[in-house]
Design a protein around this ligand. Structure first.
Ligand SMILES: N[C@@H](CCC(=O)N[C@@H](CS)C(=O)NCC(=O)O)C(=O)O
Length: 211
């Protein structure tokens, strides 16, 4: 049984984009409870979920938190395609291998540039390192997309949803950059670069659902 869905959301952050894309791709109706970037106390998030981080999905009164837990919850309450975590042992393990890489290695690269923006400390060597690491990560993505629209086939999984918001942060338009100081900093210093046509098209394909 599932109740009305409400998403407690810090809109432009990667884990939040991931979950919003998941809800849209499943075709779920939901309301939004927005959280402001400068709301340091997160009192409402704490009150509703017992912890301070976003995203949180309220399924009726049940708080589900952590973006991966939310995608698994969506597979349970909306058990139709796209299935984010697979339905067979092999498939689940394949998705989880990509997911571990995305949440570990790629996330550590991703946080370098926005981390600098939050601290107000620009370090050109660190920017160069972040871009070089991201080039290696997107080379792997580019290769996976050689003969398919999504990383593991013809439908998106948790692997795509976990990675795409971080890659998107290297492709912000001027209009998107105008949304915040952090986004402007990303547009200036974090770039997808050349020879990533399939990756660019994959980001655009998925981010078309971010509304
Ligand atoms: N493991 C959690 C991490 C959530 C997380 O780090 N959320 C960030 C936004 S992406 C947040 O709420 N940051 C605000 C803060 O730390 O106050 C998930 O995947 O949802």
């Amino acid at each position: 049984m599932s109740g009305p869905l409400r998403l407690i959301e810090l809109r432009p952050s990667p884990n939040n984009i991931k979950v919003r894309l998941g809800l849209r791709l499943k075709g779920c109706e939901f309301e939004t409870i927005p959280v402001a970037l400068d709301d340091a106390e997160r009192a409402e998030v704490l009150r509703l979920s017992g912890q301070p981080l976003t995203p949180v999905l309220l399924d009726g009164d049940l708080p589900v938190w952590d973006s991966a837990a939310i995608l698994r919850h969506l597979d349970t309450i909306a058990p139709h395609e796209p299935i984010f975590f697979g339905r067979t042992r092999e498939r689940i393990h394949e998705v989880e291998r990509w997911e571990r890489w995305a949440r570990g290695v790629v996330y550590d690269t991703f946080t370098i540039v926005p981390g600098m923006a939050f601290r107000g400390a620009f370090d050109p060597a660190e920017v160069e390192r972040a871009n070089a690491e991201m080039r290696r990560h997107t080379a792997r993505i580019e290769e996976a997309l050689a003969d398919r629209d999504y990383l593991l086939g013809d439908a998106p999984t948790a692997a795509d949803l976990t990675l795409v918001p971080m890659v998107f942060s290297t492709m912000l338009t001027e209009e998107q950059a105008a949304a915040s100081r952090i986004a402007a900093f990303l547009r200036q210093h974090f770039h997808l670069g050349e020879e990533r046509d399939r990756t660019r098209a994959w980001v655009e394909r998925l981010m078309a659902h971010w509304h």
